[in-house]
Every structure is written in structure tokens, then in C-alpha cells.
Design a protein around this ligand. Structure first.
Ligand code: NAD
Length: 323
């Protein structure tokens, strides 16, 4: 039986990934500084470890018999939506860098054979609306829009360097925005889809919701099941170097709001307020991940149809919505 560790298993993508790897028949250890918030982890073993500490990274990859796990999926990060990325630059650079420095080193030097690293579309520069598709090589010359992107870029390079030196197979995915049930939906770390689902859920029919900026910025939003498919396929593949994974449907923030409102069956108007908007546009090629058979199965509407009811339920439980 394949033995794997998922770092960040208490978080959104890691929690879903644990479920998938279990369903595929792996023995799974989940590691995080916290347990999953919304449902019990499917992991065979869940260990609370702070991966900023080198000794904890070694513990994370070592089995009770002293051998190391077959595969590491590194998704632990100090992470959030655009508001958090701008407000917590130092925390992101400090904490996520320590996690990646020590985790990559521990995995490679202790003899792990396969290592997955979760990078981000934030490694790319700002794009203008209508620019042609950019492939993975477009990350260089490097000019990420924020410090989170710089940290990811450095960690990608470190993982590849350790892979070369120690013979560890490294797979790197650059995720677009990912959303779905059991993602952070409030508290300041939530991303746009969850935040907009919450705002629409809390607004009366005909009400107004606030968004940062004028809502013309363009993004791709990837439903969690598609992202998990991509991670699992990529890890089994022979694709070297970073690989984009993202829904090929690009929409403005206004279109995102409209989609959520349609799914909720509400009319809402938008009020633009100043805030950290991030880059103007994204338009990335999925040719590499598609070359190994990945296809996005969920467009924005079908992903929101699965996500909005869950956010609505959370709002009800929290007393933010009455009926
Ligand atoms: P998340 O915040 O839900 O999960 C990250 C997990 O890492 C959290 O549970 C957190 O507790 C854990 N963590 C933080 N510090 C830790 C530490 N010191 N030791 C151990 N665990 C620690 O985020 P997510 O959305 O599941 O993202 C997973 C990965 O994917 C991250 O690396 C993130 O940067 C990347 N990513 C996510 C998105 C997205 O849209 N969700 C987009 C691009 C990249």
C-alpha cells in the first residue's frame, strides 16, 4: 500500500485531497497545525505538527517503522485571499518560506521518492485584459504582483534544486483560485467566491453587496474536484517543471457576483469600495495539464451551484441568515 503524507491536511484543498487519496487506496497521514474545521479528516492518522520546525518536518515524513513515506503532498501555507495576501506579507514570507525550506530539505535528505508542491498563479506578472494566453515559461523574467507569489516562486525553485541533487521526483502545480464546500468562508482569509457567496446569502433580495474595486478584474475560478483531479493526475505523470491547473473560463468579478446571485435566486446590486484588487487579468494555458488527460468538468455556474448552498448553510448555523 502506498504511504503518503498530506501537509496542510487541516486546510481546504488538503482536506479534500486526503479523501481522494484514501479513496485511491493509499495509507494517508494528514499533518497540520489545526484539524479540518467542517468535517473529520479521512486520514488514517492525523498529526498536529508545526512544519516551520525542521524536526517536525522529519517526523511528518517518517513512519513508525523508521522508513519514510512514499509521497509527500506539500499544501501547508500561511495563506488567504487577496485581503490577507496584502495585509500579511511578512507572515506569508516568513511562515510559508520556513515550511517549504524545512519540508523540502527533510523530504529530500530522508529519501522521499515523490514530492508535490502547491504553487500558485500568483507567480505570474499582472496581465491586461485581452492579452494572449501565457504558458508556464511566462513566469520569467519574474515579476509577481505580490510577496506571496515571490515566496511560491522561490519554493518552486528550491523543490526543483533538491529534486536534482537528491533524485527526488518533484511535481509542481500552479493553482488558479480554487473554491468549493469546506473552504474558508469568513474571517479575513476567505477568497472571492466564498466571500461573495456569503455576502449574497446575507443580503436581502434586491439588496446591495460591496466588492473591492470596480469588478472588472478577470479571474479563473476552479472547482475543488477539478483541482484534486489535476493534483492526482500530475503526481502520477512524468511532467517535469511547473504546471498550470485552472478552469479555462475567465470571468470578471461582476460576472462572479451575477452567477452567485442567479444561483441564489436573488437580485443584488454592487457597490464598489476601495480594497486590494490584485492583478487586472489572468489568461493561462492549460496545455500541459491537458496533455496528460485533465479537463475541467465544472464551469463557474455548476461549481457555484455546489458551493453556494454550503456557504448558505454555514451562514444559517452562524446566525447570519434567519430562514
Ligand atoms: P488553507 O489555508 O485552507 O490550507 C493551508 C493549511 O496549511 C491550513 O490548514 C494551515 O493551518 C496549514 N498551515 C499553516 N501553517 C502551518 C504550519 N506552520 N505547519 C503546519 N501546517 C500549517 O489553504 P488552501 O486553499 O487549502 O491552499 C493549499 C495550498 O494551495 C497552499 O499552499 C496555497 O498557497 C495553494 N494555493 C491555493 C489556492 C486557492 O485558491 N485555495 C490558489 C493557489 C495556491
Amino acid at each position: 500500500m502506498k504511504t503518503v503524507v498530506v501537509c496542510g491536511a487541516g486546510g481546504f484543498i488538503g482536506h479534500h485531497l486526503v479523501r481522494r487519496l484514501k479513496a485511491e487506496g493509499c495509507w494517508v497521514r494528514g499533518v497540520d497545525i489545526k484539524r479540518p474545521e467542517f468535517s473529520k479528516s479521512a486520514a488514517d492518522e492525523f498529526r498536529l505538527l508545526d512544519l516551520r520546525e525542521p524536526k517536525n518536518c522529519a517526523k511528518a515524513v517518517t513512519l513508525v517503522n523508521g522508513q519514510v513515506v512514499d509521497e509527500v503532498y506539500q499544501l501547508a501555507a500561511d495563506m488567504g485571499g487577496m485581503g490577507f495576501i496584502h495585509a500579511a506579507e511578512c507572515e506569508i514570507m516568513h511562515n510559508s518560506m520556513l515550511i517549504n525550506v524545512h519540508m523540502t530539505h527533510a523530504a529530500a535528505t530522508l529519501g522521499v521518492k515523490r514530492y508535490f508542491f502547491s504553487s500558485s498563479a500568483c507567480v505570474y506578472r499582472n496581465m491586461q485584459i485581452g492579452e494572449p494566453e501565457m504558458d508556464e515559461s511566462g513566469a520569467y523574467p519574474a515579476m509577481p504582483d505580490n510577496e506571496y507569489g515571490w515566496e511560491k516562486l522561490y519554493s518552486e525553485r528550491m523543490a526543483m534544486a533538491y529534486g536534482r541533487k537528491y533524485g527526488m521526483t518533484v511535481r509542481i502545480a500552479r493553482f488558479q483560485n480554487c473554491y468549493g464546500p469546506e473552504g474558508t468562508w469568513r474571517g479575513g482569509r476567505e477568497k472571492a467566491p466564498a466571500a461573495i457567496c456569503r455576502k449574497v446569502a446575507c443580503a436581502p433580495d434586491g439588496g446591495e453587496i460591496e466588492i473591492w474595486g470596480d469588478g472588472t478584474a478577470v479571474r479563473s475560478y476552479t472547482y475543488i474536484d477539478d483541482m484534486i483531479d489535476g493534483i492526482v493526475l500530475l503526481m502520477k505523470s512524468d511532467l517535469e517543471g511547473p504546471v498550470n491547473i485552472g478552469c479555462p473560463q475567465y470571468v470578471s468579478v461582476r460576472e462572479l457576483v451575477q452567477t452567485v446571485a442567479d444561483v441564489a435566486g436573488k437580485r443584488v446590486t454592487i457597490r464598489s469600495v476601495p480594497g486590494p484588487v490584485g492583478v487586472m487579468s489572468r489568461n493561462f494555458s492549460n496545455a500541459r495539464i491537458e496533455s496528460i488527460g485533465w479537463r475541467s468538468r465544472f464551469d463557474l455556474r455548476s461549481g457555484i451551484e455546489r458551493t453556494y448552498p454550503w456557504v448558505l448553510e454555514q451562514c444559517r448555523k452562524a446566525g447570519l441568515v434567519r430562514n
